[in-house]
Design a protein around this ligand. Structure first.
Ligand code: FES
Ligand SMILES: [Fe+2]
Length: 352
């Protein structure tokens, strides 16, 4: 099962031009995500309420071609037209006097938010589909609403969202999975102690000077500080500050279905000189994320047999928090009460 009543990252805004209509599966549900002629993004259930054809197999019509004068999605089977709010605008087969209340026919609409180049979709539980979201999707600190990511990479892991989230937050696998001359090696393993505190919908590793064995940080020049925060449903934001400059990494984890999870990593930065490093940065990003993917895919070979698993102290405490946060979120939504963050300020110690 998935966490509901929460925003999930759907896709980069730059991949949707006006008039585009894209099919995505989020949390096992087919969704049509489109951008109308005015530039506004919308999301509808990708199933025509007439006879079930995916609406994304149809086309978008702008105001001058549609029956209602607004942008609509036209189903390819019988040409029914749907407004971007999901209401039916036109049924071509009707003759005068056939009183079908066209606008009462609806396809489910999902709340959408496009900010900083990210398109987020609010996945409410079916029985709360008409309730508006009570919180906002995350923002990258220190960047404006219209900033877009400098680089991105998307990959699909063949696992349930929980294993993808835990795999990405896990601090102990670095020296084994990500061995590389420019990052970490098993020879450099040493003890770490990091302070954690509860933060919005999750927890943060409090601002600190990054570990001395990360050569990659040195490339940035100056003395960087970093803060890493995690929030439900599977969002990690790492902010590195060097003097007046900042670099923010956003990792989003979105379930496609029970066995497939889409990971998108996006980076935002204020240092103009980093643009020159884009191709190489993309190369390393792909390799790094690919190492995580290969490991969780390998993990599936064992998980097929449904073994008991362990979470140990302190290296797996963040994974324990993730489970607690999820349980609390689901309970709070179910009982219609405010979410109470179960994480307490703590210092975690591990070797990596
Ligand atoms: S199935 Fe969509 S219009 Fe008939
Ligand atoms: Fe990793």
């Amino acid at each position: 099962m998935y966490l509901r009543d929460i925003w999930y990252f759907a896709l980069p805004g730059e991949s949707l031009r006006p008039g585009d209509l894209i099919h995505k599966v989020l949390l096992g549900e087919p969704i049509a995500i489109g951008r109308d002629a005015e530039g506004t993004v919308f999301a509808l259930r990708d199933i025509c309420p007439h006879r079930g054809v995916p609406l994304t197999a149809g086309r978008m019509l702008d105001g001058k071609d549609s029956a209602c004068g607004k942008s609509v999605v036209e189903c390819p089977y019988h040409g029914w037209q749907f407004r971007t709010d999901g209401s039916c605008a036109f049924i071509p087969s009707l003759v005068p006097g056939q009183d079908v209340e066209v606008s009462r026919i609806r396809v489910r609409k999902y709340p959408v938010c496009e900010i900083q180049g990210n398109v987020w979709v609010y996945m409410a539980d079916e029985k709360r589909a008409d309730i508006e979201p009570d919180h906002q999707p995350p923002m990258m600190p220190g960047f404006g609403d219209h900033t877009v990511a400098n680089i991105r990479e998307t990959m699909t892991f063949s696992c349930h969202i929980d294993h993808a989230v835990i795999g990405l937050m896990d601090p102990a696998h670095g020296p084994f999975v990500h061995q590389a001359w420019w990052w970490r090696s098993t020879a450099s393993i040493h003890e770490k102690a990091k302070a954690f505190a509860p933060s919005e919908m999750g927890f943060s590793m409090v601002e600190h000077v990054p570990s001395s064995n990360s050569l990659a940080y040195k490339i940035l020049g100056g003395k960087p500080t970093t803060e890493i925060s995690f929030r439900l449903p599977g969002i990690r934001i790492e902010r590195i500050t060097v003097g007046k400059h900042r670099l923010v990494g956003l990792t989003t984890v979105t379930p496609v279905d029970e066995n497939n999870t889409e990971i998108t990593q996006s980076f935002y930065w204020t240092m103009p000189f980093l643009t020159a490093f884009k191709p190489i940065a993309r190369h390393f990003l792909r390799r790094f994320l690919g190492q995580d993917r290969d490991m969780v895919n390998l993990q599936q070979e064992g998980l097929r047999f449904d073994p008991r698993l362990m979470l140990i102290n302190d290296a797996d405490v963040q994974a324990k928090w993730y489970h607690k946060l999820k349980t609390e979120w689901a309970a709070a939504v179910d009982q219609g009460r405010p979410f109470e963050n179960p994480v307490k300020p703590t210092t975690l110690r591990w070797r990596s």
